[in-house]
Design a protein around this ligand. Structure first.
Ligand SMILES: [Zn+2]
Length: 494
C-alpha cells in the first residue's frame, strides 16, 4: 500500500503496478490537497486517499501507510458528492437526448459510461422502479451509491441522472426526492381506467353521460369544436373516441396535476418530471396524447417527457413486435406533439428495439428519452454463460422451473417449449441462448427470483457466485455492454 500511496501523492499513478491491486486510473482526482483514486483489491473496490484537507478528513476509513483506505459506503458517497460535484446526479432538461440505463445489479454503470462517453446523449444511470427494488432486495440508497461510484471510477464529468422510475405512491416519490433523485417518472396506471377499452359503444356513452355536464362541455368544446393544430401531427377527434379518452384519462390528468403541485413545483432544484401512461391496457393514440398534454399545459404543469404506450408491443429484452408502418405514422404524430409542447418523447422498454431505433432518432430529431433496464442483466448472464457454464446451467434450470412466478410481474409472450433443452447444448453453445428471444425473455424476467434464491441453509443459491464471476470478468462485461448498448446508440443516430 505504501508504494500506491506514494504514487497517488506524487500524482503519478501510472508508476504503480501490482498483481494484487487494480488501479482505476480514470478515477484519479485532486481536490484541494487530497488525492483520491479507486482501486480493486482482493477485498473488492476501495477508495484510497492521500494528502490532507477536508475531503481527506471526512472520508471514513482506515489509516494505512500514511494514507487512508475507505470503503465504498453510503456515507463516503455523500462525501464524494459534496466535494466532487460530477459524482452527484443532475437534471438535464429537454435540450439534450437522454438514455435511462437502469442497472439492477449495481455493476453495469462503468460499461454504460464507457459506451456513452463523448456522445451527444446523457445517461440516467440510477433508474429503478419500486418493483425492481423489491425483486433485487436493494434500496434507492444502494442504487444511487452504485451509480455515483461508477461515475467516480470512470472519471465521467459530463453529468448523470437519477430516475425514481414508475413511481405511483406519494411515499415513494418523497423517498426518491429526499435522496436527491433528479428525475421522477410518475406512473399513472392506477388512475387510468382499464375497463373502458373493452366496453361497447353504448356502455361508453352511458358512462360518459354520468360525468358532470361542465366537464363534458369543457372537453367537447376544446376537442370537437376547435380542431387541434399541431404541425406534423395528424389529429382527428370523433365524438366516440373523445368520450373514451375522457373516461380513460381525466382522473389521471388530475393525479398528474396534484403530484406536480405538491412535489415538483415547490422544489428549489430542477427535477426532470416524466409522465408515464405506458403501462395500461390501451395504446395511446396521438389524439389521447395531445389531449393529456394540452390539459396539462393549461393547468401550468411543466413536464420533461411523456411516455405513451405505442401501438404494437414493446416487450422486455426483444425487438419491436407489430406493424412498423403504423408505428412510424403514429410516432411522427407523437414526436410532433412533444415538440409542440416542448418536452421529450420518452420510450420505455426501449432495449433491443433495433428495428425501430432509426425511426425514433429520425422523428424526434435526436431529442428523446429512451429507457433500458434489463438488457445489461442479460449481458451479465451472457458473461456467465461464457466463463462459468456450470453456474449458467443451474440458473437456466432454475429460471425454467420458476418462469410462471415471474410472469406475475412482466408481460411477455415467451414460448418456453421453443427453448433448446439445456442438456443438448455443449458449454461452448450456452452463450447462444442470449441470441434467442424465448431464452432471453425467460432469463430477463426471472432476474429477481435468481438473485434472491436461497439454499436450505439460508445462503444465496446463485447471487454470490454470480457477482464473484462478474467481478473477475469486469472487462468482459463492460466490453459486452459497449457492444450491445453501442448498437442501440448507433441506430438511434448517436
Ligand atoms: Zn414504462
Amino acid at each position: 500500500m505504501k508504494q500506491l500511496i506514494e504514487a497517488i501523492k506524487s500524482g503519478n499513478i501510472s508508476t504503480f503496478s501490482s498483481p494484487d491491486v487494480k488501479v482505476y486510473a480514470s478515477s484519479y482526482t485532486l481536490v484541494g490537497k487530497t488525492s483520491l483514486v479507486m482501486v480493486r483489491t482482493a477485498e473488492g473496490k476501495k477508495l484510497i486517499a492521500a494528502g490532507e484537507g477536508e475531503l481527506y478528513d471526512q472520508l471514513i476509513g482506515d489509516n494505512v501507510d500514511g494514507g487512508k483506505v475507505a470503503a465504498l459506503s453510503h456515507e463516503n458517497r455523500l462525501t464524494l458528492n459534496q466535494f466532487i460535484p460530477y459524482t452527484a446526479p443532475q437534471a438535464f432538461g429537454t435540450q439534450v437526448a437522454t438514455m435511462g440505463l437502469g442497472d439492477r445489479l449495481g455493476i453495469a454503470s462503468p460499461g454504460h459510461i464507457q459506451t456513452i462517453r463523448g456522445k451527444d446523449i446523457r445517461p440516467v444511470l440510477a433508474q429503478q422502479s419500486i418493483r425492481e427494488l423489491a425483486l433485487t432486495g436493494r434500496t434507492y440508497e444502494d442504487v444511487l451509491d452504485a451509480a455515483a461510484y461508477a461515475v467516480f471510477q470512470e472519471g465521467y464529468k459530463d453529468g448523470y441522472g437519477a430516475d425514481g422510475d414508475h413511481l405511483k405512491k406519494e411515499e415513494d416519490i418523497e423517498y426518491a426526492l429526499r435522496l436527491g433523485f433528479t428525475m421522477l417518472t410518475l406512473d399513472c396506471s392506477e388512475n387510468i381506467d382499464n375497463t373502458i377499452e373493452s366496453m361497447s359503444e353504448a356502455e361508453i356513452a352511458a358512462k360518459y353521460e354520468q360525468l358532470p355536464v361542465s366537464l363534458r362541455n369543457h372537453y367537447e368544446k376544446r376537442y370537437l369544436e376547435t380542431p387541434a393544430n399541431v404541425p406534423g401531427a395528424t389529429l382527428a377527434y370523433t365524438s366516440q373516441a373523445l368520450k373514451k379518452d375522457v373516461l380513460i384519462y381525466d382522473a389521471a390528468i388530475n393525479f398528474m396535476e396534484a403530484i406536480f403541485r405538491k412535489y415538483i413545483a415547490p422544489l428549489d432544484r430542477a427535477v426532470d418530471f416524466e409522465i408515464s401512461i405506458d403501462e395500461t391496457a390501451t395504446p395511446t393514440s396521438p389524439e389521447a396524447h395531445y389531449l393529456v398534454a394540452n390539459e396539462l399545459r393549461d393547468r401550468g404543469v411543466t413536464i420533461f417527457s411523456m411516455a405513451p404506450r405505442f401501438c404494437g408491443e414493446f416487450q422486455k429484452g426483444i425487438d419491436y413486435i407489430g406493424d412498423i408502418a403504423q408505428f412510424e405514422r403514429e410516432l411522427a404524430s407523437h414526436a410532433a406533439i412533444a415538440v409542440h409542447f416542448e418536452y421529450k418523447l420518452s420510450i420505455h422498454s426501449g432495449s433491443d428495439k433495433f428495428s425501430v431505433f432509426p425511426l425514433i432518432g429520425k422523428y424526434t430529431n435526436g431529442l428523446f428519452h429512451i429507457k433500458t433496464a434489463g438488457t445489461n442483466w442479460l449481458e451479465a448472464v451472457r458473461v456467465v454463460a461464457k466463463v462459468n457454464p456450470s453456474l449458467y446451467r443451474r440458473m437456466h434450470q432454475y429460471a425454467l422451473e420458476h418462469f410462471a412466478e415471474a410472469t406475475a410481474y412482466y408481460h411477455v409472450t415467451t414460448d418456453i417449449g421453443a427453448i433448446a433443452p439445456l442438456a443438448e447444448l455443449t458449454d461452448a453453445g450456452l452463450p447462444d441462448y442470449m441470441e434467442e428471444n424465448n431464452a432471453r425473455q425467460l432469463l430477463h424476467i426471472t432476474y429477481g427470483l435468481l438473485l434472491q434464491a436461497k439454499n436450505a441453509d439460508g445462503s444465496k443459491q446463485f447471487a454470490d457466485e454470480f457477482f464473484q464471476t462478474l467481478a473477475e470478468q469486469e472487462e468482459t462485461f463492460a466490453e459486452g455492454l459497449r457492444f450491445h448498448i453501442g448498437r442501440h446508440l448507433e441506430l438511434l443516430g448517436k
